[in-house]
Write a protein that binds this ligand. Sequence first.
Ligand code: SAH
Ligand code: SF4
Length: 377
Amino acid sequence: MNERPTFRTERDEPPTDGGACYVPAHAPEAVVVPDERKPILLPEPPDELPGKGYRKNQIASWLYKKGAREWGEMTDLPRRLREALPAEWRISEFALVQAFPSADGSVKYLFTLHDGQRTEAVYLPYADRKTVCISCQVGCPAGCTFCATGKMGFGRNLTGPEILDQILAVAYHQGLSPREIRNVVLMGMGEPLLNYENVTWAVRRMLNKHALAMSPRRITLSTVGIPKGIRRLAADDLGVKLALSLHAPDDETRKKIIPTAHRYTIAEIMDAVRAYFDRTKRRVTIEYTMLRGVNDREEQARELARILKGLVAHVNLIPFNLWEGAPVAGSGKKRIQRFAAALERAGVPVTVRWSRGVDVGAACGQLALRETKPLSL
Ligand code: SAH
Ligand code: SF4
């Protein structure tokens, strides 16, 4: 049974929780009535919430602790206020929420925003934690060739409240209090460092003790590698974990799959990542999607180990998640194992990260708003 595992494979545990209220997978397109009201999630909680300090705390508690999605639920507010607030403030950033449960227990959520654009998040229940993977843009301007989100092009940046409300909406639909979500990964649609202000706005509310009161160690921001953004994030001192989508050990290979590699070299990116580590002392995750014949040779593993020398990093090897029309193919299991073993021999900690939600198009890099149809593999 024990075949000399030279690296750790992190298979996701079977679902232990989750389930709840789902709408049918083939729900109709939403008819969107524009909502001109202000997002209640917009102000710095609780100071700018309407009402006096004590009332603001009450509202923040309803939103972030009890997960209220309707003003009428806030029964301890004076009736006059409860009736006046909805005219000016909206609680939900979404006109429609649709859920697509995967056989493995994860659930993909498709959100229709108030202007009719759509975005997605994924709920990932694990034995010991509940994680939500959220988006920060509609589509993505970076255009990585192996990523379905990149293929769909760029719609727009999500606002801070739209980023944050994905967590609250997922919690609500899973029958959880928002504060039961203890882990957030910014690994859905979009490039977080290309929507810096809104992403950090949302992260600040995740951390705020009156809002989601999360630990920065449980928030991971994944980036394709924008050096200026990484340095800014270090300077802003939010303390979140950084994941870098490297995917290649040299610039030539990287340029074939990641258009932004024409603009930023690996050396520049790694300098910024080292600066991030120096500031935060948090181990950096290096993401590496295994693409057949592109980046999966053993010598490339050794090269990767060389460029990571001296950095406290952990490599996540991601088996490629197929999507219709993808111009690349994934490496086979054996190749992935050989690559991982080569990294281990070179002293680099490595994990193979199997994605969840593949059957409903919810896995890494599959989010493209068209996963309502089963993928023909
Ligand atoms: N824009 C950010 C975060 C979103 S993507 C980034 O690129 O880091 C989350 C991770 O999934 C990234 O490492 C991304 O490169 C990877 N990914 C994208 N498409 C994939 C696919 N089809 N299969 C496996 N991983 C993929
Ligand atoms: Fe954008 Fe990340 Fe996809 Fe590249 S991998 S296109 S940066 S979402």
